[in-house]
Design a protein. Structure first.
Ligand code: ZN
Length: 238
């Protein structure tokens, strides 16, 4: 069964003073039988120097296992086309990372342009914000493929995210750092087709996160969709 990790951080983090090296990602992938890895820069690095997006591309060019995502800068520049990115990461836009959303970003006229352009580019975007921000954002688009990381855990109560977006076919969720029980409630409600396996290295490990998915009381065919096929479908590989 093919396994793709849909959520890892690569490179240096200025706030944490650490670095996730390619070697470390490959080591964990080797240990867990993961064949491809989505990588994107840490927020602190991308905000200090947008050039790190190019470094992510260069690294993915060097290491074919890597699937590069674009860190969306505070200027709300959409994912550049024709540059080999497979998705984007939107992270607490102009807010306080992992803590509070900046609702003024929702009023910025650039947001409409960003959404319209991103719909055309048709690549998935991981959007991490508070629940109310995410809800307001998702109201603005029916077709942009949005991935809510951690089943929404860092932006509020996952059950609020599930209730609000269960009927929205363009909204996906990743498994990183969630509990197995919460994950099962999502699968019972929306099925396995909108759930993606992710480790969130360095905040989680591939081994632990993978074991969580493998131990779910569902069939292997469904696990395979969560572990790789849903992501492949999102980025146009199947
Ligand atoms: Zn993350």
């Amino acid at each position: 069964m093919e396994i793709i990790d849909s959520h890892t951080h690569w490179g240096p983090s200025l706030t944490m003073g650490t670095e996730v090296t390619s070697e470390e990602l490959l080591r964990q992938a080797g240990e867990s039988g993961v064949s491809r890895i989505v990588i994107f820069p840490f927020p602190s690095m991308a905000l200090a120097d947008e050039g790190v997006n190019q470094k992510v591309l260069d690294e993915a060019d060097r290491i074919k296992k890597f699937i590069p995502y674009y860190y969306i800068p505070e200027t709300m520049k959409p994912i550049p086309e024709g540059r080999e990115f497979y998705g984007g990461k939107w992270h607490w836009m102009r807010g306080i990372q992992d803590s509070s959303s900046n609702y003024k970003a929702l009023e910025d006229p650039k947001l409409h342009e960003f959404i319209t352009e991103s719909e055309k580019i048709n690549l998935p975007i991981i959007i991490e914000e508070e629940f109310a921000f995410t809800e307001a954002f998702i109201k603005k688009t029916k077709i942009l493929k949005i991935i809510v990381p951690h089943l929404g855990m860092l932006g509020g109560n996952p059950m609020d995210f599930l209730a609000a977006f269960k009927g929205r076919e363009n909204v996906f969720f990743d498994t990183a750092l969630s509990s197995g029980d919460t994950l099962m409630r999502f699968i019972e409600k929306i099925g396995h087709e909108r759930i993606l396996f992710g480790s969130d290295i360095p905040f989680g490990t591939m081994k632990w996160e993978l074991e969580k998915v493998l131990s779910l009381p569902i069939g292997d065919d469904k696990k395979e969709w969560i572990l790789s096929k849903n992501l492949k479908r999102l980025i146009g590989w199947i």
